[in-house]
Design a protein around this ligand. Structure first.
Ligand code: FAD
Length: 143
């Protein structure tokens, strides 16, 4: 079996109100568990930054579905690679709201200006998400 890691960024649309976001979070956790997909979803009112990892076919199929979802737009693939290990093995989908991220973490990746996930390289996007998961371990473990 080939295991892959995929990272993309997108912009939230007006369709994605709090209720819609809750539905995304709920369906992601139950669907991903069934498909052996793990990952992390970082979100704020402006963007989503998500990493999906798992069996290649399952990840590819889910990404096709996600791209068509009207709750976001401007979906840009930042990274796609075959991997030996998972970085987010403990989470069917970890969720981190931008409001919970420390200003220092944002500064590391966005400087003093506004954080723009579209400006991240593939390596930076992966490092950012891994750092989030590590720093927010307590928060995530409690979800
Ligand atoms: P469905 O039966 O199609 O619907 C699932 C639930 O979502 C239902 O409660 C339905 O009412 C609701 N829903 C569907 N479309 C909308 C809409 N436009 N507005 C409001 N509610 C709606 N899915 C995953 O399985 N795993 C993921 O990791 C994942 N990540 C996502 C990340 C983002 C940023 C977004 C926007 C969506 C993500 N999704 C994810 C959702 C994905 O795009 C599909 O909606 C979902 O996979 C369909 O699952 P389903 O066929 O089992 O459920």
């Amino acid at each position: 079996m080939h295991m892959v890691r995929l990272v993309y960024v997108s912009r939230m649309t007006e369709e994605c109100d709090t209720e819609a976001l809750q539905k995304v979070l709920k369906i992601s956790r139950s669907n991903n568990k069934a498909k052996d997909i793990t990952g992390i979803l970082c979100y704020d009112p402006a963007f989503f930054l998500q990493c999906l990892e798992g069996p290649r076919e399952a990840v590819n199929q889910l990404y096709s579905e996600i791209q068509r979802d009207p709750r976001h737009k401007d979906v840009v693939l930042l990274d796609y690679c075959e991997v030996a290990d998972r970085k987010f093995a403990d989470w069917s989908m970890a969720f981190v709201a931008a409001g919970d991220i420390s200003p220092q973490t944002f500064e590391t990746y966005g400087g003093k200006g506004k954080f723009d996930p579209y400006a991240l390289s593939a390596a930076e996007a992966s490092r950012f998400l891994v750092q989030l998961a590590a720093k927010e371990q307590t928060l995530l473990a409690g979800q």
